[in-house]
Design a protein around this ligand. Structure first.
Ligand code: ADP
Length: 356
């Protein structure tokens, strides 16, 4: 049974890569439904198959949302990685890429991106995958790693060793974002460390996580207060035929999308939530403008979209992984997330194809 499973996985891997190489649009939207907890036995109002999420609004009224791929509650980390692997490979083929985890706090964004020991998520698998690709390639590559967060509209470098600032302290001077003559985005003074194997990356990643957590007054809520962004840059040494010398992939665990007015948060927590909501809607606007091929893309409306300007749109590969809870209590937030995801989806692909 195990060998059949491995064969099936390999078959799916090849299929996904072929689909990816044929892909017309550059933005794909996947949805992952969190499994119910052991004590949550009631029939949830959310059901799914591999490409649809169905919401039971009333006994007779159901609404279906379709996506490029839906990961059902019993899907494994393997199932997810197989589908996103081509995006990781695209960086070696000369593209910039960006993978986002979006959703309400507690729906599994960190589980998908980081994973647990023995159940690794996208970030460790992607980095292992990149090193493997580099090893197998005929070219020489230089790989660098950076990690930052966006908190209250400011960029904080997570790889500064002595970073002892608390989030409640006055905000340290924000890193500034510049565009060079080639249209590439640079973040001034951001630590960008050369890495040669997975262990080196893992140490930096742990440092970044510690810096993120120590800055928080409540580590449980750290991921709902800020966006955590990892950048892996790959420079092909001595390959002049490539379109760009350096390509990068951003792996982004977005702050919780719950609407701040509904959470009844007050004070600083309210401001944090408001900042997250604003930047998520700016991200939605940028993706939507890209899908509609608008002339003006509103990158400037948030730090998040400014940082990602050269990795979103044009010939970059973007993947949005929207996370939802199947629970009755979360239904409002689930519908909001599904609506956001639908707006981000490539709704015009059909039209574009008919024009060609
Ligand atoms: P978020 O980052 O969206 O706030 P987490 O990733 O922290 O959410 O998930 C909340 C909890 O649910 C964690 O304990 C996590 O391990 C668990 N969890 C989330 N998704 C899954 C899943 N698909 N399978 C098993 N456990 C999950």
């Amino acid at each position: 049974a195990l060998s059949t499973h491995v064969n099936e996985q390999n078959k799916r891997r090849r299929q996904v890569l072929n689909e990816f190489l044929d892909l017309k649009g550059n933005i794909r939207v996947f949805c992952r439904v969190k499994p119910l907890g052991k004590d949550e036995k009631v029939r949830p109002p959310v059901s799914s198959d591999t490409s649809n999420v169905i919401i039971k609004l009333t006994e007779t009224n159901r609404k279906a949302y379709s996506f490029d791929r839906v990961f059902e509650p019993d899907s494994s980390q393997d199932d997810v990685y197989i589908e996103i692997e081509p995006v990781i490979k695209s960086v070696i083929y000369g593209y910039n890429a960006c993978i986002f985890a979006y959703g309400q706090t507690g729906t599994g964004k960190t589980f998908t991106m980081e994973g647990l020991p023995g159940s690794l998520g996208i970030v460790p698998r992607a980095i292992q995958g990149l090193f493997k690709q580099v090893e197998e390639s005929n070219h020489k590559f230089r790989i660098t790693f950076s990690m930052l967060e966006i908190y209250m509209g400011n960029l904080r470098d997570l790889l500064i060793k002595s970073q002892a600032t608390k989030l409640k302290d006055p905000i340290p001077p924000s890193l500034s974002i510049n565009t060079n003559e080639k249209g590439e985005i640079n973040i001034d003074h951001l630590v960008n460390t050369e890495v040669s194997d997975f262990d080196e990356v893992f140490k930096l990643y742990k440092l970044g996580c510690r810096n993120r957590a120590t800055a928080s007054t409540n580590s449980n809520s750290v991921s709902s207060r800020s966006h955590c962004m990892i950048r892996v840059s790959i420079t092909c040494l001595g390959a002049s035929e490539r379109r760009r010398e350096t390509n990068k992939i951003w792996l982004v665990d977005l702050g919780g999308s719950e609407r701040v007015l509904k959470t009844r948060a007050t004070g600083r927590r309210f401001d944090e939530g408001k900042a997250i909501n604003l930047s998520l809607s700016a991200l939605g606007d940028v993706i939507n403008s890209l899908q509609h091929k608008n002339v003006h893309i509103p990158y400037r409306n948030s730090k998040l979209t400014q940082v990602l300007k050269d990795s979103l749109g044009q010939d970059s590969k973007t993947l949005m992984l929207v996370h939802i809870s199947p629970k009755e209590d979360d239904l409002c937030e689930t519908i909001c997330s599904l609506n956001f995801a639908t707006r981000a989806k490539n709704i015009h692909l059909g039209q574009d194809e008919s024009k060609e």
